[in-house]
Ligand binder design. Structure first.
Ligand SMILES: Nc1ncnc2c1ncn2[C@@H]1O[C@H](COP(=O)(O)OP(=O)(O)OP(=O)(O)O)[C@@H](O)[C@H]1O
Length: 277
C-alpha cells in the first residue's frame, strides 16, 4: 500500500462525497457460449460501475452468470458483446499490469507444496527475487492470521485456514482488486462468520476493491457496500443495492432493522428473477 501525504488528499466539499474513481466499468456486456445444445446466454446487456474501495457482492441463483462476470473481469473469459474496462484499460492489459488477485471456490492449493510454497508460486512465475518473495509470504500470512504456518502442508490445515491461505496467495503481489468466487461456500456457518469478519478487517486495512460471489443473502449484506442481484436465462443484473450500513460492522449488525431491510430487498430481487424450474 502506498500512502498519500495529507496535503495531497483530494479536498472534500462539505456535504458532498469526493468523486468516486471507477475501477471496473461494464457497458452492455454480453457473453453467449455456443454449446452442442445451442447458445447459452450467460450474460446479457450487463452494465455496472465498480468504484475504488467498493466491496461488491454478486448474488443470484445458479447459472445467472456470477462466475462468468468475474471471469470476464479477470480476462479468463472473453465477452461476445459490449465493453468492459478495468483501471481504464482492457481486462487483458489489467491482468498484465497485475491489477487483480483471484480467489477460487475451492482453495486450490497444491498439496505437494507447503503453504509458503503455494503463496510463492505466482511470485516465482512473475520473477520476484527470493528475498522479496520471502518478505511477501511473511507479510500476507500475517494479514490472514496464519503467521507460523508457512512450512505446513495444505492437508495439515482446516478448510477455513486453507481458504485464508488462498486469499494470502491472491494478496501476495499487492493487486488493488481482489476477485473472490464464492470463497467460503463450502465452510460451516461459524467459520464463515469468522472469515467474513476477518475479510472486512482486511478490506478496511488495505482499501482494496473487492468483487465477491455468494449465494448467501446475510453474507452479501454483511460484507458489501454494493449488492448486485442477478437472474438467469439470460444472465442479467436485476437490482443494484447501495448499502446504507456503516463501514464498521460487528456481527451483531445482522439483527438491526437497517440490515434486515437490505436483506429483504435482496430477497425480493431474487424472488422476482426466479423461475423455479
Ligand atoms: N465454458 C462454458 N461453456 C458453456 N456454458 C458455460 C460455460 N461456462 C458457463 N456456462 C453456462 O453459463 C451460465 C452461467 O454460468 P456461471 O457459472 O457464470 O453461473 P453462476 O451464477 O456462477 O452459477 P453458480 O452459482 O452455480 O456457480 C450457465 O448456464 C452455465 O452452464
Amino acid at each position: 500500500m502506498t500512502s498519500n501525504a495529507p496535503n495531497s488528499l483530494p479536498q472534500e466539499i462539505p456535504g458532498q462525497s469526493p468523486a468516486a474513481e471507477t475501477v471496473i466499468s461494464a457497458q452492455n456486456l454480453s457473453l453467449t457460449f455456443e454449446t452442442a445444445d445451442g447458445p447459452v446466454h450467460a450474460l446479457k446487456d450487463v452494465s455496472l460501475d465498480i468504484n475504488k474501495g467498493d466491496f461488491v457482492s454478486f448474488i443470484g441463483p445458479s447459472g445467472c452468470g456470477k462466475t462468468t462476470f468475474l471471469r470476464v473481469m479477470a480476462d479468463l473469459e472473453q465477452p461476445t458483446g459490449g465493453q468492459i474496462s478495468v483501471n481504464g484499460v482492457s481486462p487483458r492489459e489489467a491482468r498484465l499490469n497485475r491489477a487483480y488477485g483471484y480467489v477460487f471456490q475451492a482453495a486450490g492449493l497444491y498439496p505437494w507444496r507447503t503453504i509458503g510454497g503455494n503463496i510463492r508460486l505466482p511470485l516465482e512465475i512473475m520473477g520476484y527475487d527470493k528475498a522479496d518473495q520471502a518478505e511477501r509470504v511473511t507479510r500476507v500470512l500475517e494479514m490472514v492470521d496464519l503467521a507460523g504456518f508457512e512450512k505446513k502442508f495444505p492437508w495439515q490445515l482446516s478448510g477455513g485456514m486453507q481458504q485464508r491461505a488462498s486469499i494470502a496467495r491472491a494478496l501476495a503481489f499487492d493487486a488493488d482488486i481482489l476477485l473472490m468466487d464464492e470463497p467460503f461456500g463450502a465452510l460451516d456457518e461459524i467459520v464463515r462468520d469468522h472469515l467474513n469478519e476477518q475479510l472486512l478487517d482486511l478490506w478496511a486495512k488495505t482499501g482494496k476493491t473487492i468483487g465477491f460471489v455468494t449465494h448467501s443473502i446475510p453474507e452479501a449484506v454483511f460484507l458489501s457496500t454494493k449488492i448486485v442481484v442477478m437472474s438467469p436465462r439470460p444472465g442479467r443484473v436485476t437490482d443494484v443495492i447501495e448499502s446504507p450500513l456503516p463501514k464498521e460492522r460487528p456481527l451483531e449488525i445482522r439483527d438491526t432493522p437497517e440490515f434486515l431491510e437490505v436483506a429483504h430487498r435482496v430477497r425480493e430481487g431474487l424472488r422476482a428473477g426466479h423461475s423455479y424450474d
